[in-house]
Design a protein around this ligand. Structure first.
Ligand code: BTN
Length: 188
């Protein structure tokens, strides 16, 4: 039987011409036409695109932010926030906005500098040089990723306050822990 002439379409819609429906209408479900790939060949491309989309939308992931690189915004169990800039040779700088203080002074956003390893679930350390008072805090910790991709920084800190004399040294250092989670304000 002679096949009826096809409608002229200089740029045919690929979805229409190569969809399973279109393929079926031509009476060839497995391999459609010379110009259409077989249905089986189309599936991997669709799946790959779907996987890529899911990966980009997954918590803690974005196009250019691998997990447990500290770059980004974090908040802790006290309500303090910190922002860490880009990593350079394992070193970073950022700012720390503490929610609490041992002083009666007005809290100001203060600078921090630190380093981190580049392996999985890396350890790191950073120092906050408080600019509204003459104390210093050092944090050390490790980044963990759970099965949902959520990053948690478990840290311990030492807060050294300034004292007027060596006799007061015994009471100059506080110790504590903080847990940080990432703030997802936008895709970084
Ligand atoms: C000070 O009060 O001397 C300066 C601010 C200290 C804030 C401390 S650092 C450890 C703990 N974690 C925080 O987020 N804030 C407090």
């Amino acid at each position: 039987m002679v096949e009826p002439p096809r409608l002229h379409n200089p740029t045919p819609d690929r979805a229409a011409t190569c969809s399973p429906v279109a393929i079926k209408r031509r009476g060839s479900p497995a391999r459609s036409t010379d110009t259409c790939p077989p249905a089986a060949e189309m599936v991997p491309t669709t799946s790959l695109l779907l996987l890529l989309g899911l990966a980009l939308l997954a918590p803690g992931l974005s196009a250019d932010q691998p997990q447990c690189v500290l770059t980004g915004n974090w908040t802790n169990d006290l309500g303090s926030n910190m922002t860490i800039g880009k990593l350079s040779n394992g070193e970073f700088a950022g700012t720390y906005h503490t929610a609490v203080t041992t002083t009666k002074k007005e809290i100001k956003i203060s600078p921090l500098v630190g380093t981190q390893h580049s392996n999985t679930q890396p350890t790191f350390g950073f120092t906050v040089n408080w600019n509204f008072t003459d104390s210093t805090t050092v944090f050390t910790g490790q980044c963990f990723v759970d099965e949902h991709g959520k990053e948690t920084l478990k840290t311990m800190w030492l807060l050294r306050s300034h004292v007027d004399s060596i006799e007061d040294d015994w009471k100059a250092t506080m110790v504590g822990t903080n847990t940080f989670t990432r703030l997802h304000t936008h895709l970084e």
